[in-house]
Design a protein around this ligand. Sequence first.
Ligand SMILES: *Cc1c(COP(=O)(O)O)cnc(C)c1O
Length: 355
Amino acid sequence: MKKVHNFYAGPSILPDFTYEETIKAIQDFAGTGISLMSISHRSKQFDAVMLEAESMFKKLLNIPEEYSVIFVGGGASMQFAMIPYNLLNKKGFYLDTGTWSSKAAKEAKLFGDVEVVSSKDKNYSYIPKGYKIPTDADYFHITSNNTIYGTEIRTDIDSPINLVADMSSDIMSRPVDVSKYAMIYGGAQKNLGPAGVTFIIIKKEILGKVDRVIPSMLNYSTHIDNGSMYNTPPVINVFATLQTLKWIEAQGGVKEMERRNIEKAKILYDAIDESKIFVGTAAKEDRSLMNICFVMKDEYKELEAEFLAFATEKGMIGIKGHRSVGGFRASTYNALSKESVIALVETMKEFEKNH
Ligand SMILES: *Cc1c(COP(=O)(O)O)cnc(C)c1O
């Protein structure tokens, strides 16, 4: 295979260990002589995978006893509806920091009042600050990392009401004080595994407090009570996610992931800040360690297409910015090596020198 550097925002790069172990299991799972694709999810071999995925999650994030970890289908987008369905009696409070948060708030409006604090006024280039969390709301919803706009909330907020966080694109990228959250969720396909499985960390005591009837599949209690096996789980995705969790542990855990992520992001942000043609789009204090967004300065704007072609030629994959921001986006998830970031920076410098 050609040497390439994968900066896609999602689905995105995963450790080689994850690919290799999953390929092996698809051929012969746990020495059973049959494929992971073709074994009952109720078999003792798969049951062990599900239990280990839960326990590895708990171990890596140091999750307190009173929380459950479950795996469901439907993507993070399904959670946008399941959250209000299960938790909203009267009002939800949403921090609107981008496309994903506004989609989450939109679903909540189907179930009750929604109060929103937004950074839409500046195309979501910053995280709102100094807002007051209404204590009459049932919960406070945040998106910790804004995959599209490249901003991130990297501290664990003290909230007087239940705090719910979409961590789709920064889960396992840093240590998190889980005790400050009532629920953390996300699609696996940014930093953990293939698309098709959603992780949910949830404090059991927040459930059972709404008046409405909830269909079984949309009720968190169903999945908790059945150990994520109420129906057939996405077995390959859970297996692959477990391999990534094992890889993270072998590398030194989430603290080491954070160290590497800070180091990688600094290399790229420094290059952007020193450049005469590129400029970052996110407010400096809110810059994401996972998705680094940059554009060309106004006077060089017409060179964007040329740079994209040049970078593609150099093996940079997936750096085209999301259409709502334009320019470029380099996603620097856990599995992306420092070498890939350096290769991108060298490509940017070489292009700059030629212009
Ligand atoms: C990608 C993404 C989503 C959407 O995830 P799906 O699994 O496709 O529904 C939601 N939130 C964030 C922060 C994301 O990055």
